[in-house]
Write a protein that binds this ligand. Structure first.
Ligand SMILES: Nc1ncnc2c1ncn2[C@@H]1O[C@H](COP(=O)(O)OP(=O)(O)OP(=O)(O)O)[C@@H](O)[C@H]1O
Length: 455
């Protein structure tokens, strides 16, 4: 095994850099990054202009020794070194690992810009890749996340490249010993309180006992999946082109509806990805989106898709818009009601009044209304409001609250639907009034959709 030759051929094949390229390498003084640094230095034709970036996280006592060592190493090897300290007072109380990573990558970007470098290198290896994928497999989520750590991606003004991503940890350690490369062991890598360490010290060794090549097999699946996902993205990007409208972030619905649901799913994923790659659309969320878009009886509607955005369906178009009226004080207690439109209530339920029954809802109240009853209005329910019963009698809202055992919280957020003249048609989501058929009245249907989560 000659890791130097292997790296040289990868650099050549992928055209990662030339001798003139300024390359920043993140060195922690652990075995992986010390080996990568050694390899870079020993490349002949492809040895780039090396800039070493080191972060002292001030999290462990040993970090003082580690910083001293990398300073001495770079001095002896005539390498440019940039060191950053993540000062103790800037550490958060929780989520230290994530915050440290953010600090590191911010610093790497800064070093790249300062030194006009176009390539950033980290020493992630095959075992890192396997651990990442196993963690995600166990945690659950979108299948695209199983593509794991990217070997090469855009970063700052250039690229972030992980040249060792296909090399197992075992080979790096062996190489370090053979070539007398000194490194420092991070003791926290052994703590089984950390999920990644449990993958590293328990799950992966167990899998390797089953098959010594398990580490490679997982890597091979990740590689195959990455290619499939790339292909799929290209295909979907082509399929969504005809959906474009003149409005930003709004698309035509009809061409989407002509495709099968599986194709729709791929198109929507690509559409969301192009809109904001940080948006995490969970499978249940996507399911809800597809149901809404395919529902001919619901010409309008919206679904929260995270990051304070919602998907909105508006007859023949749909768009992704910023949340304005979905939560908190923005949800109104009083408003006029337009027919065939969904409204969000204070308790999170949705309701609408429709000119025809909607087949997919079992529970819908039928009203007989004349043109003098419009516009209908919603306002907060009062205990003295009165509903009309089928037997000709009346019932106060206070009595309904008691009969239905509504909590004070539910009473305070209850809303009532009224005609223009103040006749109470329904305590929304609870009970509706009886309205008689007459010559000048037409039927309308009230539908209330329960919010999925309560309390
Ligand atoms: N203190 C550090 N200073 C400079 N580079 C570092 C430091 N820590 C880590 N790196 C770089 O990042 C690589 C991955 O390190 P490590 O596996 O500890 O990071 P991680 O947080 O698990 O992964 P990720 O960087 O993807 O978040 C190292 O091989 C090294 O190149």
């Amino acid at each position: 095994m000659n890791l130097v030759k292997r790296l040289a051929s990868e650099v050549k094949r992928n055209r990662w850099w030339t001798r003139k390229t300024r390359v920043v390498i993140g060195v922690s003084t652990g075995v992986d990054s010390m080996v990568l640094l050694y390899l870079l230095e020993h490349l002949k034709y492809y040895r780039p202009q090396i800039i070493v970036a080191h972060v002292n996280h001030e999290l462990r006592k040993a970090s003082v020794t580690e910083e001293k060592y990398i300073r001495k190493y770079c001095h002896q090897h005539h390498l440019t070194l940039v060191v950053a300290h993540w000062r103790k007072q800037d550490h958060p109380k929780t989520g230290t690992e994530n915050a440290a990573r953010e600090f590191r990558y911010r610093f790497f970007k800064h070093v790249m810009r300062k030194h006009h470098a176009s390539v950033m290198l980290t020493a992630h290896h095959l075992n890192d890749q396997d651990e990442t994928v196993l963690m995600r497999l166990i945690r659950g989520g979108d299948i695209r996340e199983l593509t794991g750590i990217h070997r090469c991606r855009k970063f700052a003004n250039g690229y972030l490249i992980r040249p060792l991503l296909q090399t197992p940890k075992h080979d790096l350690r062996k190489f370090a010993v053979q070539h007398h490369i000194k490194w420092y062991e991070d003791r926290t890598n052994y703590s089984l309180k950390i999920t990644r360490n449990r993958m590293r010290h328990r799950l992966l060794p167990w899998m390797t006992q089953e098959d010594p090549r398990a580490v490679f097999h997982i890597g091979s699946y990740v590689h195959q999946l990455t290619l499939l996902v790339q292909d799929n993205m290209l295909l979907n990007a082509r399929l969504i082109k005809p959906l474009k409208t003149d409005r930003d972030n709004w698309w035509k619905l009809d061409p989407l509806m002509k495709s099968s649901r599986v194709i729709q799913l791929g198109m929507l994923h690509e559409l969301f990805r192009q809109f904001d790659s940080q948006l995490m659309i969970t499978p249940p969320m996507m399911h809800e989106v597809i149901i809404l878009l395919n529902d001919n009886d619901r010409p309008q509607g919206r679904i929260a898709v995270g990051n304070q955005r919602h998907l909105q369906k508006d007859y023949h178009q749909f768009g992704i818009v910023k949340d304005q009226s979905l939560s908190g004080p923005n949800v109104k207690s009083s408003f006029s009601v337009k027919l065939n439109q969904w409204y969000r209530l204070l308790n999170g339920d949705e309701f609408g009044v429709f000119g025809k029954p909607l087949s997919q809802f079992h529970k819908q109240f039928k009203f007989n209304l004349s043109k003098f009853d419009f516009p209908l209005k919603v306002r907060q329910g009062q205990s003295s409001d009165v509903l009309r019963l089928k037997n000709g009698g009346h019932q106060k809202v206070r009595r309904i609250w008691i009969d239905k055992k509504l909590s004070n919280h539910d009473r305070n957020s209850s809303q009532i639907l009224k005609t223009k003249n103040g006749f109470s048609l329904a305590l929304l989501g609870v009970k509706a009034s009886f309205t008689e058929a007459s010559d000048n009245a037409k039927p309308y249907w009230l539908i209330v959709k329960r919010a999925q989560k309560r309390g």
